[in-house]
Design a protein around this ligand. Structure first.
Ligand code: ATP
Ligand code: MG
Length: 376
């Protein structure tokens, strides 16, 4: 897919901006705090309806403004071209327009445009808490599966209510027949949770294969990467949703006493994790800074390929400030990989020194200064 035109209104430090990016590599160069990351973020928000940086949507709205809007004209190979606009408001629910038609159900909007973002926060996928890895999986799978978005919403609701019940049981606040409603919650949780686990494992299995290939290339054929899903209850490798549901129910039954004592749900996808091993060692614990960075980048480039496989065309590739972390060989491999992939790429950096003449010649270059963008 290709963004023909991008328009920002009151998004972060942009007042009004319209650009028509090039079909291949677009480079946004500027000093710190000028709006480079904000611009890449706007495209990611348009694709996923969420930012990875902002805790609240209202942070995306320009200071003292009532709303922010991101609008893009996108050429798609597999589907008809689309105009998509996302509006974030201080007072109303966020809403999107697709070719002028208003949608408030964001599940219908997510995935109309696909994007893969790599930014410095992605290092946390490797070395952060398990919740960061689960969030990564949820966001990525949601992009290509409305069913996953639905199951995730239903699972969270069931989990919240089950946890409330467990807390009430722990604190002696629950009514006499409260405990007898627990099995019904278990069934709800296991039904939606099994689908989440099945999809996450399937996604990760394919992602792991692709990431291993990218990682070999980026590390000059030196390092091997293995990725594994780590469920919170015992599971056969090949288990599908119905079998996972049964194991999940067994696991919940086996910890019921502990759960009511602690007042929280102790098994399920909300406790699962992902392990990254480089040359046989857990990269989270033993990886060097450079190895962790390379794993994170491999993951994102693999994800780009995976989305292409699923959707049938490459997603937008958003590379925020990635060059400063890489040595010359890795940079060269990165440019080779992205050029061959045929993705429209948006890359931010603070200067152009890292680029070879060949790469600069085929790139569209923009200077970013205080929320203004000018073509070079
Ligand atoms: P760096 O090279 O340091 O990464 P950058 O060009 O990527 O810089 P951005 O992260 O895009 O910088 O942010 C640019 C500016 O946007 C910051 O100075 C920040 O104060 C401003 N900013 C962030 N959110 C808002 C907002 N809601 N309204 C107005 N300005 C904002
Ligand atoms: Mg930045």
């Amino acid at each position: 897919m290709q963004v023909k035109q991008l328009r920002l209104e009151n998004f972060r430090n942009y007042g009004a901006l319209t650009i028509e990016p090039g079909a291949e590599l677009n480079v946004f160069v500027g000093r710190n705090a000028q709006g480079k990351s904000n611009l890449l973020e706007s495209l990611y928000v348009l694709a996923t309806s969420k930012s990875t940086r902002a805790a609240k949507d209202t942070e995306l709205i320009r200071f003292d403004q009532p709303f922010a809007r991101v609008t893009a004209e996108v050429l798609r190979e597999r589907n008809s071209d689309i105009q998509i606009a996302l509006t974030l408001s201080q007072t109303e629910k966020k809403a999107a327009r697709i070719n002028g038609v208003r949608h408030t159900r964001l599940a219908e909007v997510i995935g109309q445009v696909n994007a893969v973002l790599f930014d410095s926060g992605d290092l946390e996928i490797i070395r952060g808490e398990p919740s960061v890895r689960r969030r990564f999986l949820d966001l990525e799978i949601a992009q290509t599966s409305p069913r996953y978005v639905h199951a995730l919403g239903a699972f969270r609701k069931a989990l919240e209510q089950r946890n409330r019940l467990l807390r009430d049981l722990r604190d002696g606040r629950a009514g006499r027949d409260a405990r007898s409603s627990l099995p019904a919650w278990n069934v709800q949780l296991a039904q939606h949770g099994a689908l989440l686990v099945e999809r996450r494992r399937r996604f990760l299995e394919r992602l792991a294969q692709l990431a291993a290939g990218v990682h070999r290339t980026l590390s000059d054929e030196r390092d091997t990467l293995e990725i594994a899903y780590v469920p919170s209850f015992a599971l056969d490798e090949a288990a599908e949703a119905p079998a996972i549901r049964e194991r999940f129910l067994d696991a919940l039954a086996s910890v019921e006493g502990e759960e009511t004592a602690r007042g929280t749900t102790l098994r399920g996808p909300q406790r699962d994790d992902v392990a990254f091993c480089v040359n046989g060692q857990d990269c989270r614990l033993y990886g060097s800074q450079g190895q962790q960075r390379t794993v994170a980048l491999s993951l994102k480039l693999a994800e780009r390929q995976l989305i292409e496989e699923i959707v049938g065309e490459p997603p937008l590739l958003l590379l925020d400030d990635v060059l400063s972390d890489l040595d010359d060989a890795r940079r060269r491999h990165l440019f080779d990989l992205t050029a061959r992939a045929g993705s429209q790429t948006f890359l931010s950096c603070t200067n152009l020194r890292a680029f070879s003449k060949g790469v600069l010649e085929r790139a569209t270059i923009y200077a970013v200064t205080a929320g203004e963008v000018s073509r070079q």
